[in-house]
Design a protein around this ligand. Structure first.
Ligand SMILES: [Ca+2]
Ligand SMILES: [Ca+2]
Length: 117
């Protein structure tokens, strides 16, 4: 098991596998819409909005599901809220890649400590 960890840490440190080891997450507004978009059109209509919930891990700067908030956020008045209309108004409490980055850092620290021995 140690060999696997050290090999992974070596590959990460050497940059050989950067594309394989990269962590990516969708923007928070996309995550919110994806979680609440029942008809899959990439937007939240009034009905979807009323039943929307912000996932644990997301912090919204608006009252989720509120009628007045819907009117305020629907800037183009097309009856639906899209990603652009939510941009900057919702964020991750902790970025989804943060735990992954800590784990990678710990592996590389352990690998470095192993080389010092
Ligand atoms: Ca929808
Ligand atoms: Ca709109």
């Amino acid at each position: 098991m140690k060999t696997v960890k050290y090999t992974a840490a070596f590959l990460i440190l050497s940059g050989l596998s950067a594309p394989l080891w990269a962590c990516s997450a969708m923007p928070p507004e996309s995550s919110f819409i994806y979680s609440n978009d029942r008809n899959g059109d990439g937007m939240l209509n009034r009905s979807e909005w009323r039943e929307s919930r912000a996932d644990e891990g997301l912090a919204a700067k608006f009252t989720v599901g509120g009628r007045k908030v819907f009117r305020y956020l629907d800037k183009d008045r097309n009856g639906a809220i899209d990603r652009g209309e939510l941009a900057g108004r919702i964020d991750y409490i902790e970025h989804p890649c943060a735990a992954w980055e800590r784990a990678v850092r710990q592996m590389s620290d352990e690998a470095a400590a192993g080389q010092d021995r």
